[in-house]
Design a protein around this ligand. Structure first.
Ligand code: LLP
Length: 864
């Protein structure tokens, strides 16, 4: 049927990594089809696969590293193949053998650019192949299309070899012949993002964010009715919502504004995708895969009557300024040419420019330049011959974006006053009248943004009441998502908590009901749950009442010290010792000996114990903790995998471990991996499970696979809770592929974090300069997480729970450390001496990590 509209829908890495996500893609495609549209799906590689391919592409000389990455890539795709329930023979095998050939290829050693492009391309070729097979199996008849047949890259003047192969440009424009030829072949296609061909017929890549670029090209060539970018956030916002939770969803932008926002900071959309669409007049919408009911951000041509208005405030960090001073510049012909010649020579593209009689200052944007100290000192040395040079870094460029910026200046006095109080290095107003940029020291940016956002609203420059442009705030969207959830238990228990605090302060309070609720939610996830055995990692909170509660809920226990083993045995004397899993790291020999003697299960995470204390392990069953090569988690200090971490046996050493075990007569009955703590992506454990299962297949005695703990809980208002149903479903899929191994997990934080609060009283308040402090009687000796990990704990004034928020304050403790800050930049009602503040989510790693620093006793614990 000619004349039917095309829709191009692009899905990124996380959106194509699980069966649940592919089911969403099938639903979206079928809905378009039902409305009579033709659909072209553009997909990225599975999440994490491009990084694995990069390990091959950039380490050509290290064959072992390439092979390891190759195995991991094969395992990832085979697991998704199994999860999707696809038939055995599949085109996937063809791509996997192509990968094998590329690793064997003689071009590998030199990491030839054309070879690299072919290696990278396999990620998208494989994901689209699996997707095509799955969609067909679901009854959505989808044809697989090789993007390299359609997108032809043109080398640009001045483009180096690297960019020609790995960051190529496709000059896409409406192509009726192409659209007609495709329509003649069918209605629904799936193709790859990120890849194209060059005039020589070689595979080339479209650079960072290349799948967005591909979607833009296809949208323009097909003159689609619409391009949809499906992602993990609701759209573009009026500021980075992680820094400004009150940022508003932008429901409508014109191409130029969207381009400006994407270029000056927002990471949601690659700016390169918009050019071809603007020229072809094709609209683009950004949609949230989790919340398909939200309209998202729509980008199209400017309405003719668009009134001047600020749409967003963005920030780019890592900006370097180069200030050049000369007395001789004034009206001297060719000075700027001489200066810019030096930048060209060092391959640096200049972003912003400010000039005065005796000074020119320019900025270098880190995303467009390789700005390192070598390049900068070489540049400075060359410039020093023509002027005095000063390099100012790190800076942040704060940009107000909106159409008709110059007509808004009279509204910006409050904003200008804020900047006036700071040391502004450079101000630039773009000649397209779309942006106004201030460059300041980088450290000031995060505090400034929320204030500026509020001032812009106050000044009526950011007209958030205009529902045609601005949607709900990020905070509101988070609340909507959480509104199904119960209010926190401590709100119901306010009176009791205030009474407890008046008896003694500071004080930790735990709710066993809250522990039980979390335990049941977890155990029932994906009912019947795929996990055969749950361990509680008691390092999070070893309080005896909590141990007893979780024992009643059917949990076994994971311990990291002999003292933890003894605490469990003392609290639960009837517990079978094999329900205790001992997972120490660099523990002394005596702890292993005692644990084995007690009949506790033991996990080894190094060769040393078998090599030097082999006699301890003769005739014993042991579990092996493996480092899968990457760490995950909420902070660097809690990532327990990868080269920087002291945990686990490296993949390379597994054979040596097995040989040592065999030599001393130990049986390896379990594999274990725990890669970090505070993880909120439900996909993580599935990926660990798949990797452990494929390793276990090559070993004869493995009975259980322990995929660790690390289940995160949202702490900031904008974070989404772990999707337990998705977690359960993704684990169940792997279980179906590997039914013979029992699946174990060992969460700590998830079970207890929200079950505990820290109550503290206000001791003193103080204003110093512009900063307002609220001092409390609990410090970092009671709760070290904010100081150690920059962890964010919600804080409320329990005494004045219903009063409106007043000033922004710093909540600090009494410890002699500048880092003794429990909450920075919090809005609380006016706090008075004696008020009770409640610090939320303190049940995990709170009391457990407390100390007597300054000889202040940490807060004692009480159970409701
Ligand atoms: N299994 C092993 C081997 C572990 O090392 C850990 C935590 C867990 C399980 C439990 O992880 P969870 O489910 O609680 O995330 N003090 C840090 C967290 C350190 C976690 C140490 N290992 C914090 O306060 O964020």
């Amino acid at each position: 049927m000619p004349g039917r509209d095309w829709v191009v829908a692009k899905f990124g890495g996380t959106s194509v990594s699980t069966r649940a996500r592919w089911e969403t893609i099938a639903r979206i495609t079928a809905a378009h089809q039902a409305q009579g549209r033709r659909v072209l799906l553009v997909v990225s590689a599975l999440a994490g696969v491009t990084d694995l391919l990069k390990r091959i592409a950039e380490n050509g000389s290290d064959e072992a590293a390439c092979r390891m990455a190759q195995d991991e890539i094969a395992a990832r795709h085979r697991a998704l193949h199994a999860e999707l329930g696809l038939a055995r023979a599949n085109a996937l095998d063809g791509w996997l053998s192509r990968l094998d050939q590329l690793v064997d290829d003689s071009r590998r050693a030199a990491c030839a650019l054309a070879w690299q492009a072919e290696v990278f391309a396999l990620g998208e070729l494989m994901s689209s192949t699996l997707g095509a097979a799955f969609l067909c199996a679901q009854g959505v008849q989808t044809q697989w299309l090789d993007a390299r047949e359609c997108l032809l890259a043109h080398p640009l003047a001045n483009q180096g070899a690297w960019a020609r192969h790995l960051s190529a440009s496709v000059p896409a424009a409406p192509d009726a012949a192409f659209a007609a030829a495709l329509a003649a072949r069918g209605d629904i296609f799936i193709t790859q993002g990120f890849i194209a061909r060059n005039p020589a017929g070689e595979t080339v890549l479209l650079g960072r964010g290349g799948s967005d670029t591909s979607a833009g090209c296809f949208g323009a060539m097909l003159k689609a009715a619409c391009v949809e970018i499906w992602t993990d956030v609701p759209g573009m916002f009026s500021a980075n919502p992680r820094i400004v939770p009150d940022a508003r969803l932008l429901v409508r932008l014109d191409y130029e504004e969207a381009q400006e926002i994407a270029t000056t900071g927002a990471k949601v959309l690659h700016p390169r995708s918009l050019g071809p669409l603007r020229r072809a007049g094709v609209p683009l919408v950004i949609r949230d895969t989790h919340r398909p009911a939200l309209a998202g951000t729509e980008i199209r041509a400017a309405a003719p009557d668009a009134a001047p208005c600020v749409k967003a405030i963005s920030a780019r960090k890592g900006v370097t300024l180069v200030s050049m001073e000369t007395v001789g510049m004034w009206q001297q012909v060719g000075f700027l040419a001489d200066v810019f010649e030096q930048f060209r020579k060092h391959g640096l593209s200049v972003d912003l420019i400010g000039s005065a009689e005796t000074n020119v200052t320019v900025s270098l944007d880190p995303s467009e330049n390789l700005v390192n100290s070598d390049v900068l000192s070489a540049l400075a040395a060359d410039l020093a011959r023509i002027c005095r040079v000063k390099v100012i870094a790190p800076c942040a460029a704060i940009t107000l974006v909106g159409r008709g910026m110059r007509a808004l200046l009279h509204r910006l006095s409050g904003v200008l006053a804020e900047f006036g109080a700071l040391d502004v290095h450079l101000i630039s107003q773009s000649s397209n009248n779309l942006n106004l940029t201030f460059v300041i020291d980088e450290g000031l940016a995060d505090d400034l943004l929320p204030r500026l956002h509020a001032l812009l609203i106050h000044a009526d420059a950011l007209r958030v009441e205009d529902g045609a442009v601005f949607g709900p705030s990020w905070r509101q969207l988070g609340r909507d998502a959480a509104s199904a959830a119960e209010p926190a238990w401590w709100r119901r228990e306010r009176t009791r908590l205030l009474a407890l605090a008046s008896e003694q302060s500071p004080r930790y309070v735990y709710s066993l009901d809250a522990v039980r609720t979390q335990a049941r939610a977890l155990v029932r996830s994906g009912s019947p749950g795929p996990v055969d055995r749950w361990h509680y990692a008691l390092k999070a909170n070893p309080h005896p009442a909590i141990l007893r509660t979780l024992h009643e809920e059917g949990f076994a226990f994971e311990c990291v010290s002999l003292a933890e083993v003894e605490a469990v045995r003392a609290t639960l004397p009837g517990l079978a010792p094999e329900r205790i899993l001992f997972t120490p790291n660099f523990a002394p020999r005596a702890e292993y000996a005692a644990a084995l003697a007690a009949g506790v299960r033991v996990t080894l995470d190094a060769l040393h114990p078998l090599r030097h204390w082999g006699e301890l392990f003769g005739g014993r069953d042991v579990h092996l903790r493996i480092d899968l090569g990457v760490g995950r988690g909420h902070h660097d200090k809690v990532r327990t995998g990868g080269a920087g971490s002291k945990f686990g046996v490296a993949l390379d050493d597994i054979d040596a471990f097995r040989a040592l075990a065999q030599a001393c007569g130990a049986r390896i009955v379990g594999l274990h991996a725990h890669l970090g703590s505070g993880i909120l992506e439900p996909d993580h454990w599935r990926s660990v499970y798949v990797q452990l299962a494929s390793l276990a297949e090559g070993m004869d005695a493995i009975e259980s696979l322990d995929v660790g703990g690390g289940l995160g809980v949202p702490s900031r208002p904008d974070e989404q809770p772990l999707d337990l149903a998705e977690l359960g479903a993704s684990l169940a899929e792997v279980k179906r592929a590997y039914p013979r191994f029992a699946l174990w997990m060992e969460p700590g934080r998830f079970l207890v974090a929200d079950a505990g609060v820290l109550l503290a009283r206000v001791t003193q308040t103080k204003r110093k300069g512009h900063v307002q402090y609220v001092g409390i009687d609990a410090g970092m000796n009671s709760l070290i997480r904010p100081a150690l990990y920059e962890a964010w704990h919600g804080i409320v004034n329990l005494t004045r729970l219903d009063e409106p928020d007043a000033a922004m304050v710093q909540v600090v403790g009494p410890i002699c450390e500048t880092g003794d800050v429990l909450g920075a930049n919090r809005r609380l009602p006016e706090c008075r001496e004696g008020d009770v503040l409640l610090i939320a989510q303190a049940g995990a790693y709170g009391a457990a990590m407390a100390s007597r620093y300054n000889l202040r006793e940490p807060a004692p614990e009480v159970v409701l």
